[in-house]
Design a protein. Structure first.
Length: 389
């Protein structure tokens, strides 16, 4: 088991037999940066003593593969490509793997993984799923929406569904999910010490290139809000946030007509495996999502490092905001620019106070130890029902 004994002691976890030994196999779509990926890594890295955890990734290795290898007892890649539509291969591969494992729980995350797990032979293991979203819109791919509806319709055959936050409840009802077990708020590792760069003018966006992440509003809002701050930078990290993304480069090129050389304030960092160095050198995190966020892990990770959060008001995003003035209406470029400008105008001492308040949110509400303990109780509750027929 790959676990830090000091961290176990810090959270009060014991190895005296108070935890029921179990094997949990998580199933997830890919190894790219994302909230669900961050959660499963944290659940494995800070699991209770006596719990074995493995991970099945439907696609090929990605930016987080190294971190996954350090957190799980084993990681298995099925090797799908993003355009793959044949569900037979992943179902057969997962069924074969589970047939040779003595899993207590199979825990799926995200709709494609949910569907594959639903259709797989689970060899007596109990199936739990976590809902990581608060909505779906017609702007999202038809296949994604279809899979989500299929999973909701078939959820009665699962052994339990977990909501990652209160805002996921409305989505579960709209999709007719059954067997809702509980709401388990997401959590992150909260370090004992942290450093906040109050004098920095480097803002951070941690979001993959996708229409729902709101880059079309983020870029002009940031450039408008920092017109009088030449030293400002917006570091954009995430899958697709690199200069080999032709669509992204066209968007940035189009902005030059209005903003000229100021567009160079936007720095593309691409996918990253470790976000901590970015969090500790930035002055604020900006999230511009326009849809579907439930309990974004990135906001919790920012708070854990004392990094203030500026975000659109979606799902449970407001839980990571220490000053409500930093909340903006979704898909409203002017309102997002207002929130960013308000932060720009803060003094260093005011920024430091906001950092302290953000850190306080994390220590009070987002500690991964609470999330781990809640899931462990649910695993025991589900597995106590007996072995599947």
């Amino acid at each position: 088991m790959k676990q830090d004994s000091d961290q176990v002691a810090r959270w009060g976890l014991s190895a005296d037999g108070s935890y029921v030994p179990k094997t949990v196999i998580h199933v997830i779509n890919d190894a790219s940066t994302g909230g669900a990926q961050s959660l499963v890594e944290a659940l494995a890295r800070y699991r209770p003593p006596g719990t074995a955890m493995e991970l099945v990734v439907l696609m090929r290795p990605g930016p987080l593969s190294g971190r996954f290898a350090g957190a799980f007892d084993a990681v298995h890649y099925i090797g799908l490509t993003p355009s793959a539509v044949n569900i037979v291969r992943p179902v057969a591969a997962l069924s074969k793997l589970l047939r040779h494992r003595s899993a207590t729980i199979v825990h799926s995350h995200l709709f494609q993984s949910d569907l594959v797990t639903l259709l797989s032979y689970k060899a007596g293991a109990r199936h739990v799923s976590t809902i990581h979203t608060s909505a779906m819109t017609k702007d999202q791919p038809y296949r994604s929406r279809l899979v989500a509806h299929l999973v909701g319709a078939a959820s009665g055959t699962m052994d339990g569904v977990v909501l990652c936050g209160p805002s996921a409840a409305a989505f579960s009802q709209a999709m007719h999910y059954k067997r809702i077990l509980a709401t388990v708020p997401n959590g992150v590792f909260v370090p004992l010490d942290y450093h906040y760069a109050a004098s920095s003018n480097s803002f951070l966006s941690l979001a993959r290139w996708n229409p729902i992440k709101g880059h079309a509003h983020l870029f002009p809002a940031f450039l408008d809000a920092t017109r009088d701050l030449p030293s400002a930078r917006l570091v954009c990290a995430g899958s697709g946030m690199a200069d080999d993304n032709a669509d992204l480069m066209r968007v940035l090129s189009g902005l030059r007509d209005s903003y000229g050389a100021a567009v160079d304030k936007i720095v593309l960092a691409g996918p990253v495996s470790d976000v901590v160095p970015l969090l500790t050198t930035s002055c604020a995190l900006i999230s511009a999502s326009t849809c579907c966020e439930a309990a974004p892990m990135v906001g919790l990770e920012a708070c854990a490092q004392g990094l203030p959060v500026i975000t659109t008001d979606l799902g449970d995003s407001a839980r990571a905001v220490a000053d409500s003035r930093m909340l903006a209406r979704p898909a409203d470029t002017k309102d997002l620019a207002r929130a960013i400008r308000l932060f720009v105008e803060l003094s260093e001492s005011e920024r430091a106070e906001l950092s302290k308040a953000s850190r306080g949110l994390a220590t009070a509400n987002f500690d991964i130890a609470d999330t781990v303990a809640a899931y462990d109780r649910l695993y025991d509750q589900v597995s106590a029902r007996g072995v599947r027929a």
